[in-house]
Design a protein around this ligand. Sequence first.
Ligand code: ZN
Length: 333
Amino acid sequence: MQCYLCDSEITELNKTNEHIIPRGLGNNIESATVLCNPCNNELGSEIDAALISQLGILYQLVALARPGTRNDAVTNGLLDDGTPVRFEGLLKPEIPVEIHLPGIAPVKFTAQRDEIESKARKKLVQLKRRFLDLDIDKAIAGLEIKEYPERLIYFSNSSDPKQSMVGSPAFFRGIKKIAVNFYLHTGGDPMYIRDVIHQVRTGEPAPQVISKFYYPAIRPVYVPSEGEVSHLIKLVGDLEMGVLYCYVELFNTNSAIILLNDNYDGPAINQQYHYDLINRQHLTVPITLPFKNRSHVTDHFIVDRNTNMEGNATYQRTRRKLEELIRAKGLFI
Ligand SMILES: [Zn+2]
């Protein structure tokens, strides 16, 4: 076996486990026969960087949404109006509280919900040294507790929680790498996908457009069940149509299709990988891509369809679903 990026032979000394889908996006399959160790370390992470920077937040949310896991990867949030929300241990947001006393500016602090009263009492005891006639119980009864509008909080561990625009040549380079990884991992012969390997290796744009977002107008390729967020790869080598192509749907959003060979005469291929990231299980629902003839496939790559709207809509749908799953775990009591 040869490394498809540098062509060196994969041996006991330089072998490594390559993640078919980057680890930062929730990988469940590895292959020891596609990349050598230096390529996996250096070029691999460079190619994966755009994908992870654009979609990595979804995997961090997945980590929080999974049943039974407690993860403090998410440390920041943002309200719709831009107000930052800070998370403390157990992923509970600290709640802003104000003590209003006559004659002085409000005393502001943040606290976990079950600590509000004790924190307020401590502050009031200190204040009583200066304001002798302060009625602590009355001040506590009058605390102003700022409730977050729960549905409007965006979770994040970055300063840009609303980031959602996905795409770019670097993004598609990463998607092509997933398609190449999966094709080779499932036994495909590299000679059929030389052009795409060259694009993954060099980062050069395709001589013709061979990668697109893909959102069929009539019905989506796959509708995930409630409580599921999955990765889906569908690889098809169709001899009648003479095409080899790969559909990659990450987090049930930003579906992309990669044309691997438009003059394909190799073995028939119908391979599918489908993994539910939330419930950590492989799914076996047969997925059919709605291509009925050769021109249907190849025209897709010639006709420029504007799919930004659909991409953004599915991204927001996945994000909302993850945030609802997280809230259902009692993050906000
Ligand atoms: Zn290599």
